[in-house]
Design a protein around this ligand. Sequence first.
Ligand code: ATP
Length: 436
Amino acid sequence: MPDMETIVSLAKRRGFIFQSSEIYGGLASTWDYGPLGVELKRNVKEAWWRTFVHQRDDMVGLDASILMARQVWAASGHEAGFSDPLVECKSCHHRFRADQIDTKACPDCGGELTQPRQFNLMFKTFLGPIENATAQTYLRPETAQGIFVNFNNVLTTTRRKLPFGVAQIGKAFRNEITVGNFIFRTREFEQMEIEFFVKPGTDDEWHRRWIQDCMAWYTGLGIAPDHLHVRQHEAHELSHYSKATADIEYAFPWGWGEIQGIANRTDFDLKAHTKASGKDLTYFDEEAKEHFTPYVIEPSAGVDRALLAFLLDAYHEEDVPTADGKSERRVVLKLHPALAPVKVAVLPLSRNERLGPKAREVYNLVRSNFVCQYDDAQSIGRRYRRQDEIGTPLCITVDFQTIDDNAVTIRDRDTMRQERIAIPMLALALHQRLDS
Ligand code: ATP
């Protein structure tokens, strides 16, 4: 596994992730996804949506707004309880989360720390021109509440029966006391969340099933199973709404870190909103002829943390033989084809009047189905390396023989094996190799 410096430098050099506001010296722990990063991030979200919404019968999607009525956050308990214990060093004034440090003294200078005080993580903001209490609300710290407050809307418009779930992908904001480890802990991030509503009493079984399904998603997209584990929360760690929580953790270079939490939120949120809004958020069970408040299992994943885990797990350095009998180091991102930002590169063997038009013809054919790059700069070896480093699964070489036999060579990123394919068969050959 690479160290963080290697992955941060690759991400910057190849246009995956840049520091935000860089020309002004950067804004601490905020990051911008560059041309390749945005493709990778879209692919992560797309793969998740496909697995958990489109390929299941018991799920629908939602896209709620980031700004919500302040009452939502009062009812959900976030206004009173979404806080971390903050301590400050009396000498160097550095701030820490009391639950993240082992010592009673300042980890940076050894100075005396203040008593912990609860610091609310929600970003305050104001709606409209007057900055007073009635205009105040928050940037959402989780996407989940948008689902709870739309429970009736979804239920009546889709006529769903329990168990069913609602999925949502979107930005969330937390004014974290300490940030860091690149995109692992930031104040603005993106979540992929599901609220899966079940009949009370079946919740423990569904919790177990969701942990399995979520683990399978990461391994199915190429993360080595021994780089993942499930950690059950101790009672004292549980959030105010949770009966049981399991975290999926990834073996980051600095140690195990949470990439996803799967909580049993019970009927806490629906009941809280029923009480605060006066609107009935119960479910009517036609068979039993009774109303009840469903329990909810919440798989909640971070897009940015998942993306970082996929990048780290894909990174490989290998020694490969060269034509002159020596060997050279290649960096290769062995990303799952569904995640790779560029699926295919079309490379004419050389810049040439006869090859160019033929290669462009192949490029136009491929790009109608796959994200594709055309590259004719520098030697073919250098171009293969460039594509390996960004994780492009297939390179197509157009050479002089192509003009005679109407066939091209496909090179596989991982095995580096090359195969000759007739151009009329190319689309099929690419689908066979790239579709998952
Ligand atoms: P942590 O214990 O690391 O602060 P959490 O338990 O507060 O995380 P959850 O509330 O369970 O996190 O949020 C669900 C998911 O959202 C996390 O598993 C993570 O992937 C993502 N997430 C939470 N906070 C951040 C953050 N500050 N930066 C990036 N991703 C985050």
